[in-house]
Design a binder for this molecule. Structure first.
Ligand SMILES: Nc1ncnc2c1ncn2[C@@H]1O[C@H](COP(=O)(O)OP(=O)(O)OP(=O)(O)O)[C@@H](O)[C@H]1O
Length: 613
């Protein structure tokens, strides 16, 4: 089966336009009560509360009683009509939950996350804008897709085919998303069918929306009795965990856009920022909590958050969340904090890389999941031009300087393009930043020793172009979606090829092209082979000297991940699947997706956790 993000965009544009005119296929009966119209006095759960859905009764975590009887989402509930009516009635003010009145306070105004840019684009204008902004949909043609698991729902080609509801569809248009990306095409129907999902797709390919849309849509269908708080404890229905503070903030910002005017309330909690402010925000109501694990544990221990009502759990950068640095904390959150068991809640794991060992570990958190790989697991996107240069440790600074000078000369009006420089240590980051500034290159840093305020300031200053060079440790390697990053320099290469994949993935996003340069020397020998393979696979020019090192080097820099072939097998269960009844399909250029499958190495190195939250 062939997949592409772009096939017949114009057709899809027409389809969406038609669908908008006629509105989405609507159920004949409206059962949905939108969150901001749910004004019943059900928020105080001091006594048993009847669910609307077959009489589940439960009390809050601290009041004893039985757990909420959680229904797996997936049935085609009707909400579109009511959603539209709600939008009209609510006048756009989704509002928050007011614990004084016990209901949704409609007086509270929802800040428009689209700001001045709030236009619901017609599809023609939208499409040409995307073209103008450089998004190249054709870049996603021919991406091979592998899906395995039981009863896999078919992918969709357009957002119009998915029953997300009119308000969410409007927000998708506000975001100027014309077509679902390949991962969205496959993952959204799977998630909407209530299935657990392990999804792997290349950096910058739209995974955030792929897990946010189904969660928001699912919560919009929830019966109101389960949207509650008891005293000062809040009970989110959706929980999204990510490894860094900045990434959590970014997911929160995105989710707020997607959920605008739906009445679904998204709150973020992360370390390094004053907890009181976050507590106040939580008290005003939360449907989806986006959090870093450390701060979440703190909130759980203070009994300010209960996970008892969680129906949707998403781990972004899931392989990082489950590696040695984070795994105990995640296990504690998922298994020891009253969260509904797997199979009761719906669990979705997303990343661009998924080492086999981590997949195996992750299956502890999943129930009969579907595995989805868009592109080969752990591959880099072809949109990034990768260069690797042999540079001695002592020459790195002058070499970087040459690159930056050349870039400035070739840049628009002598302007420095946004460049992200990765180094190994926090001290190294500070020292390089100082040196760059002294040499006329305005720079800033982001790493784990800086205060959260400094980190946020640095990111803003970089994004705005005020300091167009950002020197960073791995804290900025994953997930951050910074528009217009033209160049990623691996001043110090990481030890693990997956980290390299995430780092270079800060450029070449959403169909745009980017450049990545790596400084390689003898201290990076263990990376020679996986790096050469990765580059080859992405049709990059591999220097002869790297091939030479690769042939001599032991296989390293990997967490048991490499499979042979252009598109190798990746669902670890397939190797252990005798007797398991997995549906399986693959698409794209490759024939049998498992041809040439070779398990090359075992084990994985301890995660570098110092810079992480
Ligand atoms: N359907 C779409 N159409 C156009 N742009 C999209 C679409 N979906 C997502 N995007 C944009 O693509 C960019 C990358 O998306 P996102 O950050 O979710 O990528 P990702 O796959 O999570 O990357 P990473 O692996 O680095 O975390 C974002 O700017 C997002 O707004």
């Amino acid at each position: 089966m062939r997949t592409s993000w772009a096939d017949s965009v114009s057709n899809s544009a027409a389809e969406i336009a038609i669908s908008d005119k006629n509105s989405l296929p609507r159920p004949t009966r409206s059962t949905y009560v939108p969150p901001h119209l749910r004004s019943g006095s059900i928020s105080d759960l001091s006594g048993p509360v009847s669910g609307t859905n077959g009489g589940s009764r439960w009390t809050g975590s601290d009041g004893g009683g039985t757990k909420p009887e959680l229904r797996r989402q997936g049935q085609a509930n009707s909400y579109a009509t009511a959603g539209r009516d709600a939008a009209a009635a609510g006048g756009g003010g989704g509002g928050g939950r007011n614990n004084r009145s016990g209901g949704w306070d409609r007086r509270e105004r929802e800040v428009n996350p689209f700001g001045n840019d709030d236009k619901i684009y017609d599809i023609k204008q939208n499409f040409s804008e995307q073209e103008n902004s450089g998004i190249n949909f054709d870049a996603y043609e021919d991406i091979p897709v592998e899906v395995s698991g039981e009863n896999v729902p078919p992918p969709v080609n357009t957002f119009a085919e998915i029953d997300l509801g009119e308000i969410l569809n409007q927000n998708i248009r506000r975001c100027k998303y014309v077509k679902p990306t390949p991962v969205q095409r496959h993952a959204i129907p799977i998630a909407l069918a209530g299935k657990d999902l392990m999804a792997c797709a290349q950096t910058g390919s739209g995974k955030t929306a792929a897990f946010c849309f189904p969660i928001i849509s699912g919560i919009m269908r929830e019966p109101y009795a389960q949207r509650s708080h008891v005293g000062r404890t809040v009970y989110p229905l959706g929980l999204i965990l990510s490894p860094t503070r900045e990434l959590s903030c970014q997911i929160h910002d995105e989710a707020k856009k997607f959920s605008y005017q739906t009445g679904v309330k998204v709150v973020v909690a992360y370390g390094g920022a004053p907890i009181n402010q976050q507590l106040r925000e939580l008290e005003r109501g939360v449907d989806i909590l986006v959090a870093t694990p450390g701060r979440l544990v703190d909130l759980l221990e203070r009994a300010r958050v209960s996970l008892q009502a969680v129906r949707y759990l998403a781990l972004d950068e899931a392989d990082r969340m489950l590696d040695m640095g984070f795994e105990p904390q995640i296990r504690k959150i998922v298994e020891q904090m009253n969260m509904p068991n797997r199979g009761v809640r719906q669990t979705m794991l997303f990343s661009a890389t998924f080492p086999r060992e981590i997949q195996r570990l992750a299956s502890d958190f999943l129930s009969n999941h579907i595995f989805l790989a868009v592109g080969r697991v752990g591959s880099s996107t072809d949109l990034i031009v990768q260069r690797v240069e042999f540079v001695l440790e002592s020459d790195k600074r002058s070499h970087l300087m040459d690159l930056l000078h050349a870039q400035r000369e070739n840049g628009n009006h002598g302007k420095q393009a946004l460049t992200l420089v990765f180094v190994e240590t926090k001290k190294g980051a500070d020292s390089l930043e100082h040196w760059l500034c002294m040499n006329g290159f305005p720079s800033t840093t982001i790493h784990g020793d800086r205060t959260q305020q400094e980190r946020e300031l640095a990111l803003r200053s970089f994004k705005s172009g005020k300091t167009p060079i950002l020197v960073a440790t791995d804290v900025a390697a994953r997930g951050l979606d910074i528009p217009h990053v033209a160049h990623v320099v691996n001043f110090d290469l990481p030890n693990d090829i997956d980290d390299y994949v995430h780092r270079i993935g800060r450029t070449g996003r959403a169909g745009k092209t980017g450049l990545a340069t790596a400084f390689f020397n003898e201290s990076n020998l263990s990376l020679a082979r996986p790096l050469a393979e990765l580059m080859q696979e992405a049709s990059q020019e591999v220097p002869a000297w790297l091939t030479h090192y690769a042939s001599r080097a032991p296989y390293g820099g990997s967490k048991n991940r490499r499979s042979g072939g252009r598109f190798g097998g990746s669902d670890f269960r397939r190797e252990e699947s005798i007797g398991k009844n997995l549906d399986y399909y693959s698409g794209g250029n490759s024939g049998n997706a498992y041809e040439g499958l070779v398990d090359i190495a075992g084990g994985y190195a301890p995660g570098v956790t110092s810079a992480w939250d």
